[in-house]
Design a protein around this ligand. Structure first.
Ligand code: MLT
Length: 303
């Protein structure tokens, strides 16, 4: 019998997979394994007997990987399981940046009870006019599970897609090549793209990768989309870029107080993977990995 503690609510689609050999318990100290979504485990004391942690999501920056490696705790994540949910929100981010949907919706709500609303709309609507995505250039930085889906959908929207990933395999590069212009340098992306979307993991080497230098190299009026991790973007560089109009919008799924209220920033409260489908997929994959490891010793995908 194995015991599992859930540090966040985990979809029943995953929990229902547990066989009678597994029990979900409340006491972390008595748990053989942990299922976690976004809760930080950095300051959490876990028992020495802990065998595994499965993250129902892709990013693992909420888990102290080095400490757990020393303790012999195997860590799993679920890359790709929520990629479609994130991709769809990136499309929403592109539309929120290029059309004044937020301004328009708020204005209608404020004036919904006005008797002459139809006339008011006729006068007002030119203020909400925007631009189309078709024909615009987008740089997709990071061509993993999410980046590839984003590149694909942007291509279908008629955008001119530039991809950059120093680690992308030749095979994936080949299958992407019909829709993506492979850039050998980030500079090319900064120089050419109207939109720039980041899909790389947060690590020491990627921290603040979109900083002052990167912003300066960007096309005037570029929009940055960040659905990966807040720490990848240097807040001050973005604030300066917005103030000088170098940057038109910063669309971020990470409500960092330093930027969230600034003009030109569109912040979403970390909803990329918050769909029923993504939560189910992640839970299924995480539970499957835990069972495979604890019962059979199989490591399907560890971090
Ligand atoms: C991820 O890293 O996959 C997402 O941030 C997951 C989440 O929202 O839980």
């Amino acid at each position: 019998m194995y015991t599992v503690k859930c540090l966040n609510p985990i979809s029943n689609r995953g929990l229902d997979l547990f066989t009678s050999e597994f029990e979900v318990i409340d006491d972390l100290n008595a748990a053989d394994a942990v299922l976690v979504r976004s809760a930080s485990m950095h300051d959490l004391e876990v028992p020495d007997s802990m065998l595994a942690v499965a993250r129902a999501g892709a990013g693992v920056n909420n888990i102290p990987l080095n400490e757990y490696a020393e303790k012999g705790i195997t860590v799993f994540n679920t890359p790709g399981a929520n990629a479609n949910g994130v991709k769809e929100l990136v499309v929403a981010g592109l539309l929120l940046a290029s059309r004044d949907i937020i301004g328009g919706v708020n204005w209608v709500k404020e004036n919904a009870k006005e008797a002459d609303l139809a006339k008011m709309i006729e006068k007002k609507k030119k203020e909400f006019a925007g631009n189309e995505l078709k024909g615009k250039s987008i740089g997709v930085i990071g061509l993993g599970a999410i980046g590839v889906l984003v590149a694909n959908i942007c291509n279908r929207l008629g955008m001119n897609v530039y991809g950059y990933d120093p680690y992308v395999s030749v095979r994936s590069a080949w299958s992407l090549s019909r829709m993506v212009n492979h850039s050998s340098s980030l500079d090319e992306i900064y120089e050419k793209c109207d939109f720039l979307t980041i899909h790389v993991p947060y690590m020491e080497s990627t921290k603040g990768m979109i900083g002052k230098e990167a912003v300066q190299k960007m096309k005037d009026g570029a929009t940055i989309l960040n659905f990966a991790r807040g720490e990848l973007v240097d807040d001050q560089a973005v604030l300066d870029g917005l103030a000088s109009k170098k940057i038109k919008h910063y669309v971020t799924d990470f409500p960092n107080p330093a930027v969230a209220a600034a003009d030109g920033v569109i912040t979403i409260p970390h909803l990329g993977a918050s769909t029923e489908e993504s939560e189910e997929n992640c839970a299924e994959m995480a539970v499957d990995q835990l069972m495979n490891y604890l019962e059979k010793g199989n490591i399907v995908n560890s971090v």
